[in-house]
Design a protein around this ligand. Structure first.
Ligand code: S3P
Length: 403
């Protein structure tokens, strides 16, 4: 795919539905008694992996007028393929760990290289029995009776928190999670709407064993996907984005803090967002903010490359265990496009200015491909992205941004 420089970007658009929320709704739909209706589901590589997996494990899946319908409460053993989706693998492992079934979860070549030790360790503390390839997929979960635990994550991960909570549904005794660093709240929020006995007070989540009841989930737009047109609007004109989920609002707060011109019309759990071309300041992202913006960091490195002055992104070592090593490949690709960027053990340091453009090797990673497509659009010459298919993982209509 060849990306040409974009001189002006003036668009109104609706970003794709939220990937994290769709996968959670699919898995909770499977766990629930009754019929769950998922409105505005994301249909992408990762969410289809989750839908196919619950279908193979006993859920009845259908589509009606654009809604995804899951009839749950029926559980069978089987082997499923999470493909590229670590969220599907980790949440499904947690959900299955306390059921009376055996589930093998495999993944594609990229997911098979991702470390599952923290997941296995947290679930094993609950009494789960999980076979792996020395801490790597495939995972085989032998469902059995679990016990609740007090989980104090050593590093922030929404996926592992979610796996523990889903396992806690069928455990004996309560499960608590105390996050030192907050991660996306979708699992705890959604468990409540599926009727779980769960509270979240001062950052301490307490879940009592619960049976879930099917419900309706209306999926808002994905903030992590919205981030790409937001950066184009901030740099080249304006962008009006409709129906963006604001449970992950940190990106907007962060952009406002560096001088972005952004207006929001908030409607419950979502907002219509207008971003206008802005003169931005160089920035530091670290600590809790790095965890909150973990999926946006390669794109923020791109943005930093276009802002005069030095920006630094640290406390983001988790990027190394994503679909590829996102520190390494953000640095190598941005350098190839003319950026002055230094690789740190937990992030990057960038001396911003302008990008020349150049060819990108995305490593099959959707967020590297999309971030570097934006980088080329903001560059003098533009360049080629070697893999245009991988955006299917989270943002199937991504290339329409460049038409
Ligand atoms: C996700 C959590 C994050 C994120 C991933 C989606 C989720 O991963 O990077 O894209 O839906 O819970 P970690 O839990 O590994 O930080």
């Amino acid at each position: 795919m060849r990306i040409k420089p974009i001189k002006e970007f003036n668009r109104a658009l609706t970003p794709p539905p939220d990937k994290s929320i769709t996968i959670r709704a699919v898995i909770m739909g499977w766990l629930s008694c009754g019929t769950t209706v998922i409105k505005n589901p994301l249909l992408s590589g990762d969410t289809i992996a989750a839908i196919d997996a619950v279908g193979a494990l006993g859920a009845e899946v259908s589509f009606e007028k654009g809604n995804l319908i899951i009839k749950g409460g029926n559980f069978c053993s089987g082997t499923v393929d999470a493909r590229n989706s670590a969220t599907t693998m980790r949440l499904l492992a947690g959900a299955a760990a306390g059921l009376d079934i055996d589930v093998t979860i495999k993944g594609d070549a990229s997911l098979s290289k991702r470390n599952m030790r923290s997941l296995i360790s947290a679930l094993s503390d609950m009494g789960a029995e999980i076979d792996s390839k020395n801490g790597f997929p495939p995972l085989t979960v032998h469902g059995r009776k679990l016990n609740g635990i007090d989980f104090d994550p050593s590093s922030p991960s929404a996926q592992i928190k979610s796996a523990v909570l889903l396992a806690g549904l069928s455990a004996e005794g309560q499960t608590t999670v105390k996050e030192q660093i907050k991660t996306r709240p979708h699992t705890e929020d959604m468990l409540k709407s599926f009727g779980a006995d769960i509270t979240n007070e001062n950052g301490i989540i307490t879940l009592k064993p619960s049976k879930l009841t099917a419900t309706e989930v209306n999926v808002p737009g994905d903030m992590s996907s919205a981030a790409y047109p937001i950066v184009l609007g901030l740099s080249r004109g304006f962008c009006y984005l409709k129906n963006v989920g604001i449970a992950r609002h940190e990106l907007i707060d962060f952009l406002l803090s560096i001088g972005a011109d952004i207006e929001e019309e908030v409607l419950g759990d979502r907002a219509n967002i207008l971003v206008k071309k802005s003169s931005l300041k160089p920035f530091t992202v670290s600590g809790a903010l790095s965890a909150a913006l973990i999926d946006e960091l390669p794109l923020l490195a791109v943005l930093a490359s276009t802002i005069n002055g030095e920006s630094i992104i640290t406390d983001a070592a988790a990027l190394k265990n994503k679909e590829c090593d996102r520190i390494k490949y953000t640095v190598s690709n941005l350098r190839n496009l003319g950026a002055e960027i230094v690789e740190l053990s937990d992030g990057f340091k960038i001396k911003g200015g302008s990008l020349k453009g150049g060819n990108v090797v995305a490593q099959g990673d959707h967020r590297i491909a999309m971030s570097m497509a934006i980088a080329n659009a903001l560059s003098e010459r533009g360049g080629m992205i070697d893999d245009d298919k991988c955006v299917e993982i989270s943002y199937p209509s991504f290339w329409e941004l460049f038409l």
